[in-house]
Structure formats: C-alpha cells, structure tokens
Design a protein around this ligand. Structure first.
Ligand SMILES: *Cc1c(COP(=O)(O)O)cnc(C)c1O
Length: 363
C-alpha cells in the first residue's frame, strides 16, 4: 500500500492531534467524558451548553477524523444516520437525488420507503454508467466507489466537474476506502459521508458514521439538523471509534497486503467463475482495497467455500479484523446466487492464504 505523501502527513497529524499541547501529567489517551449537562453560571459565555449539541469526547474524535479528511467533520451514531441528516440538511420537497442502483441497499430503501413520502425523488444509475448519466433536474448525486458489492469504480474527479457544471451537489460515500485510501474532497466532491462501523473503527464493536465537507454553509445546516433531530452519538461509542481510528492506516496496510496475496489465488482457480477487484492502476485509490467479489457456480458451492475456509467467518458487514465472507444474494443484492463479498482482515498472510486454499479445495 503506497499512501500518497500528503496522506502520511495527515495520518501522522491525526495520531498526534492530542499529544501536541499536553501539560505535564496530562493523559496521553483521549479522556472519555460522559455528561449530558454542563456547569453554566449566570452571565458567562458558555462553550458547551447541553449534550445533544456537543460533547468533548465526540468533538475530539471529530477533530481527528477532520485531520484525515482535511475538512470540518460531524459524527453520527451510524452510517445511515449520515444519509438521513444530509438529506434533511441539503434537500427539500420536489428535489431529485441520483443514486447508484448498485450502491448500499439501505440508501435506496430509505429514499423509497421514507423520503418518497416527503416528495424527495430518486433516479437510479449503475456505477459503471455514471460517466454519461444525465444530470438535468438532479439536485444531489450520491455515489460510492468502489460500488458495493460488485466493486465497480466511478471517476470522482470527472463526475465532480460535471456536477459543478450542472449545479448539483456531489456526495461520496467513502465507507469502503476510508480517507486513507481515497480522498473524495481532494478530487472535487462537495461532501463525504462514511459508515465508520466498518474499517474506520475496524473492531466490529461499534456503529458510527461521519459527514465531512469544506463547504461551511452545508456543514452549518448539517449541524443544525443534528442539534434539532438529536442524532449525536454517545461519547463511549465515539471513544471506541477513536481507538480503532488510531490504527486505521496500520490495519489497512495488512488488510490490503492480504488482498494482494489472495487475488491471484482466486484468479487462478477453476472453481472461481468470476472475480471482482478494482484495477490497481486507478489513480484515485492508493490501493484497490481489501474487498474482493468472487463468484462460485451457485449457493451450494459458495457455502462449501465458506465452510472449507473456516475459521474465516460468515458475516455481513466488512472492514473488521477477521476475514469474512458474505453471500450478497441472500440480502437481495442484484448479483448471482454464488457471489461472495470477501473482506480481508488483519490475520497473518500465510494463514489466511491457507484458509482460502482450503475453501477452494472444498468447493
Ligand atoms: C454499512 C454501510 C452503510 C450504512 O452504515 P451503518 O453504519 O450500518 O448505518 C452505508 N454505506 C455503505 C457503503 C456501507 O457499507
């Protein structure tokens, strides 16, 4: 994994955002401050008023992520909470959103089953067709790249130029890459949203999400929505995210190295019908990532692979320490029955290669 030089600078600054400026005897680790109320003497000008507006631990984590994104950042209690807040902040009745037909399924479900009743409309396009998708009448374009689960790429910089010309907002869900592998804001996107439940936290023990943007007007609206609709995470969950975040770059380098080792093993095996893995020459990603899509003949063959590759875990979600496999047709994704999304974890490489080979032999 070859990080762009500016990303190594940001990772370094993120790790040391607290340690520079400490007084003798201060804690190196971020304190966990659990409080809903603050001491507010009369006639003072309080920096903090109430826990729904802000919390020192939550704010510290926002500062750290903000260093990686190089942008003001707000935390939310899940990835989907960022979708909801962003919609409330930036759209109104009558607006149309361009969504990926092969993006995260809950995003489409949220617009279909909830926001349609508020007269917010959607138009769908496959990730691979975004380059030419008409943007007339679109208020916001909401993409993921690589798309999920088939891992097709969208050229963010090219789409950003088209969105600017068409006067629409470009939002990138950067969950799969995290800012360490891809920086949509540097490529021209207006807003980044992320489910930090995945690789950002990385330990499969917390739900979280964030919104980042260099547009202060948009962030003000997002902050207002969070204040008034109440979607601020608790400090303990934010603190758990920070614990994972501090090793994000380290974990990703192992996860990506494991993917590098596994891709040729799968590519050369006769039981594999099809392999989905982003091209390694994509200029916008520091590395093609730790997710691999692999198609076996049918549901039963995919099941034999998962069982044979034990202790690789069968689980939905991705980005954790443990290598996992998820048969996406089970959840209604528009993929073949034998399609698995593999998420490479942080295990030592030789052992995970052996597990995958055992799985292939069992197919
Ligand atoms: C998981 C995921 C989400 C939703 O995040 P939650 O934290 O589960 O609410 C959104 N987008 C992508 C790409 C995801 O993988």
């Amino acid at each position: 994994m070859a990080n762009p030089p500016n990303m190594n600078d940001r990772v370094f600054a993120m790790l040391h955002a607290r340690t520079t400026g400490l007084a003798t005897g201060d804690a190196i680790a971020e304190p966990l401050i659990a409080t809903s109320v603050y001491h507010l003497p009369n006639a003072s000008d309080p920096t903090r008023v109430y826990g729904r507006i802000d919390n020192a631990t939550v704010q510290a984590v926002e500062t750290r992520i903000g260093v990686l994104e190089d942008a003001p950042t707000l935390l939310f209690p899940s990835g989907m909470a960022t979708y909801g807040a962003l919609t409330m902040a930036l759209l109104k009745a009558g607006d149309t959103v361009l969504l990926l037909s092969d993006g995260y399924f809950a995003a489409r479900a949220m617009y279909d089953s909830i926001l349609a009743d508020f007269d917010i409309k959607t138009r769908l396009v496959a990730a691979r067709d975004t380059t030419d998708a008409p943007l007339d009448g679109i208020k916001m374009v909401l993409i993921e790249t690589p798309s999920n689960p088939t891992l097709d790429l969208v050229d963010i910089a090219a789409l950003a130029v088209r969105c600017r010309a068409a006067g629409c907002i470009l939002v990138v869900d950067n969950t799969v890459c995290t800012p360490v592998l891809q920086q949509p804001l540097d490529l021209g996107a207006d807003v980044v949203i992320s489910s930090d439940t995945k690789a950002m936290s990385g330990h499969s023990d917390v739900l979280m999400g964030h919104i980042s943007s260099r547009d202060s007007g948009m962030m003000k609206r997002v902050q207002n929505v969070r204040n008034l609709m109440g979607a601020i995470p608790g400090p303990f969950e934010a603190w758990l995210l920070l614990r994972g975040l501090e090793t994000l770059e380290l974990r990703l380098s192992r996860m990506c190295a494991n993917a590098d080792a596994i891709v040729p093993v799968l590519r050369d095996h006769s039981a594999v019908k099809d392999l989905h893995y982003p091209a390694s020459n994509s200029a916008q990603m520091a590395h093609p990532g730790f997710l691999i899509g692999v198609t076996f003949a049918d549901t039963a063959a995919a099941g034999r692979f998962i069982d044979g590759a034990s202790p690789m875990i069968p689980a939905t979600s991705f980005g954790g320490l443990h290598t996992s496999a998820d048969r996406r047709a089970r959840w209604g994704d528009d993929v073949e029955d034998g399609f698995l999304r593999l998420s490479l974890g942080c295990e030592p490489e030789a052992q995970i290669v052996d597990a995958i080979k055992r799985g292939l032999a069992a197919v």
